[in-house]
Design a protein around this ligand. Structure first.
Ligand SMILES: [Zn+2]
Length: 252
């Protein structure tokens, strides 16, 4: 049996068991079956995945493996996907969401709805996060990502800027919230890698700071992406990085 069919079968069993559980929520046998099937499902994915893809736990390892330890400029998620044989397809008419990732027996396909280049880079980086963090661990087989409404950041002062990117790309399913956060974090760490940032900052003469807008250009990312990464790393207005990015004028 093809892996895809096998996985579909397991999926069906899981769905059926879940339906039965609606009427019998504490049936021990059903709960046991569900746990067994979910484990089998995860293991099947992980097994198939390991045949075609190296395993990475974080964005830094991906960059070092695909570029080099010495890489010190922008990271292109399209290049990473290409290098690993992950197929990327454009779909201007993607009916659901702005990006999705499908796993087949011998191929991973990321489909995205083209927007501007920065946005596209983030979408692909996010999907790669799902590939490395979730497929490889047998946690999920497919993701569809929706572009939900992003709240404007609340700015009390420069240092209390609230990161909003993570809220921008939530899955439709709330139980996937954690995975979406992980994929977003991965995307940020891939596009603005801390170890490269540190190399740049370490070269600064003492007492000198670099403009956030320059880092934005170096890493070739959008303003929200550089800003949120710098906030997450605790580097914005740290004395090393000056916040010269106008976030009133948001957008990708
Ligand atoms: Zn996602």
């Amino acid at each position: 049996m093809k892996l895809e069919e096998q996985l579909n079968d397991i999926k069906k069993m899981i769905t059926t068991t879940k339906q039965l559980l609606v009427d019998h929520p504490s049936d021990e046998m059903l709960l046991y079956m569900l746990a067994q099937d979910e484990e089998l499902y995860a293991l099947s994915i992980a097994k198939a995945y390991s045949r075609i893809m190296p395993s990475f736990d974080n964005a830094e390892d991906v960059i070092k493996a695909i570029y080099s330890e010495k890489h010190s400029s922008a990271v292109d998620p399209f290049h990473i996907a290409d290098f690993l044989g992950i197929k990327i397809k454009k779909d201007f008419h993607l009916s659901e969401g702005i990006g999705k990732c499908d796993f087949y027996e011998d191929q991973i396909i990321i489909t995205y709805k083209p927007s501007n280049h920065f946005r596209d880079k983030f979408t692909i980086a996010h999907e790669l996060g799902h590939v490395f963090l979730h497929f490889s661990k047998g946690l999920s087989l497919e993701f569809t990502d929706y572009e939900s409404v992003v709240d404007e950041p609340i700015i009390a002062n420069n240092t209390s800027y609230k990161p909003v990117i993570s809220a921008a790309r939530l899955s439709a399913q709330t139980d996937d919230f954690e995975k979406e956060q992980e994929a977003n974090n991965f995307a940020g760490e891939l596009l603005v890698p801390r170890f490269i940032l540190d190399k740049i900052l370490n070269k600064l003469p003492s007492g000198k700071a670099i403009n956030a807008s320059l880092l934005k250009d170096l890493f070739q990312v959008s303003r929200p992406v550089i800003r949120i990464s710098l906030v997450d790393y605790g580097l914005l207005n740290s004395g090393k990085v000056l916040d010269d990015i106008n976030i009133q004028n948001r957008g990708w």
